[in-house]
Design a protein around this ligand. Structure first.
Ligand code: IPM
Ligand code: MG
Length: 363
């Protein structure tokens, strides 16, 4: 038995604490079977906490979170039109700050149609929708480079600069090739917009071509991001692994979630693959304040993110019991999703607790 994994839990806002609660029950149930030990420490960082205390997330808080093996996050964000939260204070102050400060340079987002889950795509089934997006997570338009000139006047100018570095593109592309190498199809597609973004796109394209030389077993393809959106709807089976810069990755992974059954199912991991800082795992969905506190939220995406947390953290830390636990959670989720056949994921009629128990029974 190895030393317990140290988990930092950020339940967050809205449905966040409920779905994380359901996932933590799953963790408690699966851990003994894998001879797996963990310690969970809860942190309050959220929009709610900010509105109550004025505190978002400081450098000292991040330094404290650095000591953990992984971070598990529910959802952060308040009501969309709350003027006190304008300007992305929570998104930038918590989510993006953690991704950037902890150098979580990979955002891993699987797009898999699970058994029993409906896709809005006509004539598409599980064999057509099974790919994974590797989204760069620390550069691009997310760097916040830019500003205003003459703000508030008729001559107002604003610009926001896309940042691509050779270093950032290369480490992300390398990660994607390594991942593609482990998959059955071994096909990696770069998604960008090189016909218009002739600088940033060129850096990515040349880097992709150069790194590809080192992976003769991996087949490669390139799609412009607009064409990618079309293929994801019309021919999702063309994809195995996609590597994509941050902003386009944000957009296409929402589309990915939609074709795989919606936000109720989409899981994600913000990885620091080198293990020098903790990775962070979260469902792709937001805090859904309208249904918070009513035992209505579907915790499947969060439970699946927990599976990803255990598997990926276990791999990064060389902790085999955690990997084993993660695989069990993933298998239990797949065993439960047939119960949603013919129902919508977010209005399934099953309560948050009940779905959590279904997964525990399936373990
Ligand atoms: C996501 C979200 C975030 C992003 C927002 C909330 C900042 O959309 O995780 O995809 O743009 O990355
Ligand atoms: Mg998004």
């Amino acid at each position: 038995m190895s030393t317990p994994l140290q988990l930092a839990i950020l339940g967050g806002d809205g449905i966040g604490p409920e779905v994380v609660g359901a996932a933590m029950n799953v963790l408690e149930a699966v851990a003994p079977a894998c001879d797996y030990q963990y310690d969970a420490t809860h942190f309050p960082f959220s929009a709610t906490h900010f509105l109550e205390t004025g505190h978002v997330l400081s450098d000292e808080d991040v330094a404290e979170l650095r000591n953990f093996d992984a971070i598990f996050l529910g959802a952060v964000g308040g009501l969309p039109n709350d003027p006190r939260l304008a300007g992305g204070v929570i998104e930038k102050g918590i989510l993006l700050k953690l991704r950037f400060d902890l150098d979580q340079y990979i955002n891993l987002r699987p797009v898999t149609l699970y058994p029993g889950i409906d896709t809005p795509l006509k004539d598409k089934a599980a064999e057509h929708i099974d790919f994974i997006c590797v989204r760069e997570n620390t550069e691009d338009l997310y760097c916040g480079v830019g500003g205003f000139v003459r703000k508030g006047t008729a001559q107002e100018v604003s610009n926001q600069t896309m940042v691509a570095t050779r270093f950032g593109a290369e480490r992300c592309i390398r990660y994607a090739f390594e991942l593609a190498k482990t998959r059955q199809r071994k096909l990696l597609t770069l998604v960008h917009k090189t016909n218009v973004l002739t600088f940033a796109g060129d850096t990515w394209y040349r880097t992709f071509k150069e790194v590809a030389e080192e992976y003769p077993d991996v087949s490669t393809d390139y799609h412009h991001v607009d064409a990618c959106c079309m293929y994801m709807v019309a021919k999702p089976e063309v994809y195995d692994v996609i590597v994509v810069p941050n902003m386009f990755g944000d957009i296409i992974t929402d589309l990915g979630a939609a074709i795989a059954g919606g936000m109720g199912i989409a899981s994600s991991g913000n990885l620091n693959p080198d293990g020098v800082a903790p990775s962070m795992f979260e469902p792709v969905h937001g805090s859904a304040p309208d249904i918070a506190g009513q035992n209505l939220a579907n915790p499947i995406a969060t439970i699946d993110s927990l599976g990803l947390l255990l598997r990926e953290t276990g791999r990064i830390k060389g902790h085999t019991a955690a990997v084993e636990c993660g695989n069990r959670v993933a298998a239990a989720v797949k065993a439960v999703t047939p119960k949603f056949a013919g129902k919508s994921l977010d209005r399934s009629g099953f309560g948050t607790d009940e779905i959590g128990r279904m997964v525990i029974d399936a373990l």
